[in-house]
Ligand binder design. Structure first.
Ligand code: HEM
Length: 323
């Protein structure tokens, strides 16, 4: 009897220790993390994002993309914001997917400056990115959701890791699925998050391989000829075009109509049609009002859980998010 009790006690102790240790990172993210330590944190980020996005809605697109690019490389730890320094001589922001196309850094700078005035050393840069992406989703798509906070910032940022983890516009479906799966995200999350390609822009260089020497058969030929005029073959500057020619500043299910009509910019967009499951999800977003918005909100929360650092790991970077 005594030995049975001692086995039971050992098991329970083990289970409790296991519970305490295992989900530490996700367990301590919570909605309203700054409620006591910096009550105005979320409203400060929101008003900063609003003031920038009102002037330039492209920055809202930039912030949503920044959240994705941050979370896919070393988790959502603001490593994408670090400037070159002796500790990180060649950081993520120098990489091909981020330079020169990633934008919105000045919005994070302004939010961090305001937060440091209000409550110095409290709000992480990783949370600023997550909150800013949430606020941009509302401003551009009326998509509203609560995002858990409590992320801490990383100290390492390395250019070489970016191409290893971020999917490329020439990826096929299984490559896309693999790059999301490795980050703990489902194919359904991937399809929903891709709706972010209803806003913002792309440089011609991201898709000209679909235009020359022949217009890819996976693209509407009319659309291909139209894009050729905007992105001439021997142009000296890399032009930019909207991702979505209908409502370029509206985060919406229009992306999925574009995919089905073969008028989305990237091969990776087209590949969503290449499995029955993903094609059905695409189609559902074109047919069921509100479905895309609901799934996008959930998928953004999932994206925000990727490999997060929570206390005692990481730091609260400051006074700027760049160093
Ligand atoms: C599924 C794999 C994905 C691929 C291959 C991909 C690729 C790209 C590329 C090549 C660009 C254009 C960059 C340029 O040339 O300027 C772009 C833009 C963009 N992407 Fe993605 N992306 C993917 C997923 C996502 C996700 C998950 C999000 C966010 C949730 C996202 C949000 C955006 C936004 C908002 C833009 C426009 C940015 C701006 O206007 O500044 N993308 N993406």
């Amino acid at each position: 009897m005594e030995s049975k009790i001692s086995i039971l006690v050992t098991c329970l102790t083990f289970a409790t220790a296991f519970q305490l240790l295992l989900p530490l990172s996700e367990a301590s993210l919570k909605v309203g993390f700054y409620k006591k330590t910096c009550p105005r944190a979320e409203s400060i980020v929101k008003s900063t994002v609003r003031s920038f996005v009102r002037k330039n809605s492209g920055l809202g697109a930039g912030l949503i993309r920044m959240f994705f690019h941050d979370c896919f490389v070393r988790g959502c730890d603001a490593s994408v914001l670090l400037d070159p320094s002796p500790a990180n001589p060649d950081p993520e922001k120098n990489s091909i997917p981020n330079n020169p196309s990633l934008r919105g850094y000045e919005v994070v700078d302004a939010a961090k400056a305001a937060l440091e005035k209000e409550c110095p050393g409290v709000v992480s840069c990783a949370d600023i990115i997550a909150l800013a992406a949430r606020d941009a989703s509302f401003l551009l798509g009326k998509i509203s959701y609560k995002i858990p906070t409590g992320r801490r910032d990383g100290k390492v940022s390395n250019n070489a890791e970016v191409l290893q983890f971020l999917p490329a516009p020439f990826f096929n479906l299984s490559q896309l699925e693999a790059s999301f799966a490795i980050k703990g995200l489902s194919t359904a999350d991937m399809v929903a998050l891709s709706g972010a390609h209803s806003i913002g822009r792309s440089h011609c260089s991201s898709f000209t391989s679909r235009l020359y020497p022949n217009i890819d058969w996976t693209m509407s030929q009319r659309f291909g000829f139209f894009l050729r005029r905007l992105c001439p073959q021997n142009a000296t500057v890399d032009g930019v075009v909207p991702q979505n020619f209908f409502k370029p500043n509206r985060l919406s299910a229009q992306y999925y109509f574009n995919v089905e009509s073969l008028i989305a910019l990237f091969f990776s967009d087209w590949t969503l049609l290449t499995s029955q499951k993903t094609a059905q999800q695409v189609d559902a977003y074109t047919k069921v009002p509100g479905l895309f918005e609901a799934d996008f909100a959930k998928a953004m929360v999932n994206l925000g859980n990727v490999e997060v650092l929570t206390w005692p790991k990481g730091e609260i970077r400051g006074p700027t998010c760049r160093l």
